[in-house]
Design a protein around this ligand. Structure first.
Ligand SMILES: [Zn+2]
Length: 291
């Protein structure tokens, strides 16, 4: 039995084929088509056709809200409103499809042995990618909200009257903490490149990453005050920045009577699977539903 774990991002689609033990035997990547969900399903079918190992089932994570029980999906980053993507992907591929929010998938991967949330009762998971995704672990279980669309942590507001977000609100955390936000602060340099150049000592990039880190610190501290979790885990493309990212966030943590840099240092960590957590988590989703 082989499982396709697919992380559908606002920029890239990542496919991993996993065996029964969740060992990854093949990966593939392509740019995401936005707007047309049927075209995106055909992109996935193309990746599967090119794979040397054929999957028996699909788990997929999308950057948006997946409502239950309807299966309806809304995604600002993919420009989907009310699409039934699980059904479409199943029709196009001829395979059973399990679909969920990408951050929820990634959190699931990180709760397994070796993951950043293994054995924990409470955690906040953030994916820092094209947008900012979120997932919550409360009392050892994922918290999904009454209709499965909960924990959209990219859309709490950190700047009143701030930049207009794709969700329709102004000043969402996502507008200041996504890869696109870092790129904007770095004068158009891509997020990963900005982090690499900052790590090499480029002053302009260090200054951009510092501004970005301040925005992340605002969000991370707010989430800590709300949930007081055992861990706050950073995944998604920006998490590839590694220690430089953690250091810059800690530098901007304010001191107050129940919060300081030491408190945040104890809980803040990178996703063990880094940017692959979404793909692996999607495969975990399918595997758990099969058992
Ligand atoms: Zn928003």
């Amino acid at each position: 039995m082989y499982i396709a774990g697919i992380d559908i991002g606002g920029t890239n689609i990542k496919l991993g084929i996993f065996d029964d033990d969740l060992a990854c035997v093949h990966t593939a990547l392509t740019k995401s088509v936005r707007g047309d969900s049927a075209a995106l399903a055909r992109q996935i079918q193309h990746l599967i056709e090119q794979s040397p190992v054929k999957p028996d089932v699909i788990g997929a994570g999308v950057p948006g809200a997946v409502y239950r029980p309807s299966g309806k999906v809304n995604s600002g980053n993919l420009r989907w409103a009310g699409v039934y993507f699980g059904r479409t992907l199943s029709e196009v591929t001829g395979l059973k499809v399990w679909l969920d929010n990408d951050a929820q998938c990634a959190l699931m991967a990180e709760t397994l042995e070796g993951g950043a949330c293994y054995g924990l009762q409470s955690a906040v998971y953030l994916t820092l990618g094209t947008g900012v995704g979120g997932a919550l672990l409360i009392n050892g279980r994922p918290y999904r909200g009454h209709d499965n669309a909960g924990a959209e942590l990219g859309h709490f507001i950190t700047h009143s009257d701030g930049l207009k977000c794709g969700c329709g609100l102004n000043g969402c955390f996502e507008m200041y903490a996504s890869a696109g936000a870092l790129s904007r602060m770095a004068g158009g340099v891509r997020a990963r490149q900005a982090l690499d150049r900052a790590a090499q000592g480029d002053q302009a990039m260090l200054s951009a990453v510092d501004r970005y880190g301040r925005e992340l610190a605002i969000g991370v501290c707010s989430l800590y005050m709300m949930f007081r979790p055992q861990a706050i885990v950073l995944g998604g493309g920006v998490s590839a920045g590694g220690d430089i990212l953690l250091d810059v966030i800690l530098r901007h943590v304010p001191n107050c009577y129940n919060l300081d840099a030491d408190v945040i240092r104890r809980v803040l960590r990178l996703a063990n699977a880094r940017n692959d957590a979404g793909m692996r988590g999607a495969a975990v989703l399918a595997k758990l539903n099969l058992n």
